[in-house]
Design a protein around this ligand. Structure first.
Ligand code: HEC
Ligand code: HEC
Length: 207
């Protein structure tokens, strides 16, 4: 177990279970999240914790509630999500979830160094034909279709989540209405196409 990981686990255990529901307290509620997601919500590659800054409040609320209700991350094989679930359940009520999500949504979406190598030119074609209709032409996300922003995410995280959707680790729960839509899409891309798609997303995120 790495030192950084041990430290974040310790911080997670020490997380205060205070009862704050007011929207203005989102920043205070975010304090225990910093250990894994970073002070600016930029994520941490060595902890496999994703960038969450700049994602819409609706999407963030839905994911936090999914973790709380065991709709996301309940698969025992999903060790990444197993770290996140207790953090979501420690948020005392719906008001606390809404407040922390509002704060995270207000943070600037980050960009990242490329980790995955692929062909961005063919990725552009695959993205436009298979992903853009829901996630937006520029990967900016579309709340009306419940699709999150993709350009603020690390390429390795996008790849790992699409694989989770494909294998049923995410998006297979009976109550996961929106995860199910994404799971269908995950099954129609190969790993090579996915590497090309994330290379394209890296390219447009840098602009
Ligand atoms: C111990 C480390 C850790 C802490 C502390 C933590 N998280 Fe997470 N979080 C993760 C990991 C790892 C994932 C990715 C789970 C997966 O692979 O599905 C995640 C995923 C998420 C997601 C889903 C992101 C997406 O793009 O779908 C949200 C939202 C989130 N965390 C919010 C929070 C908030 C808010 C807090 C504080 C209340 C918090 N997290 C605290 C590790 C952590
Ligand atoms: C039919 C609409 C639709 C299409 C097409 C689609 N998605 Fe999605 N995608 C969604 C929805 C809705 C979600 C949110 C699921 C949830 O609430 O958990 C999602 C979630 C995701 C996530 C999780 C992001 C995160 O922060 O954890 C990734 C990654 C993703 N999609 C990648 C892709 C890629 C790559 C493609 C093209 C191969 C694609 N999607 C095509 C609707 C779509």
């Amino acid at each position: 177990m790495s030192r950084a990981f041990q430290r974040s686990l310790l911080l997670a255990l020490l997380m205060p279970t205070v009862c704050i529901g007011d929207a203005d307290t989102g920043e205070a509620l975010y304090a225990p999240c910093i250990a894994c997601h970073g002070a600016n919500g930029e994520g941490n590659a060595s902890l496999s914790s994703p960038a969450i800054a700049g994602q819409s409040q609706d999407y963030l609320v839905r994911q936090l509630q999914n973790f709380r209700r065991g709709i996301r991350g309940a698969d025992p094989a999903d060790t990444g999500a197993a770290q996140m679930r207790p953090m979501a359940t420690a948020l005392v009520d719906d008001a606390a979830v809404a407040a922390v999500a509002a704060y995270v949504a207000s943070l600037e979406p980050p960009t990242h160094e490329a980790e995955v190598s692929g062909d961005a030119a063919s990725g552009s074609k695959f993205y436009t034909s298979r992903c853009g209709a829901c996630h937006g032409g520029k990967g900016e996300g579309n709340d009306a279709l419940f699709a999150p922003r993709l350009t603020s995410l690390r390429d390795s995280y996008v790849v790992s989540q699409v694989r989770k959707f494909r294998s049923g680790t995410r998006g297979a729960h009976a109550d996961d209405k929106y995860g199910k839509q994404m799971a269908i899409m995950a099954k129609i891309v190969t790993d090579q196409e996915l590497r090309d798609i994330v290379s394209f997303l890296n390219e447009i995120a840098d602009r």
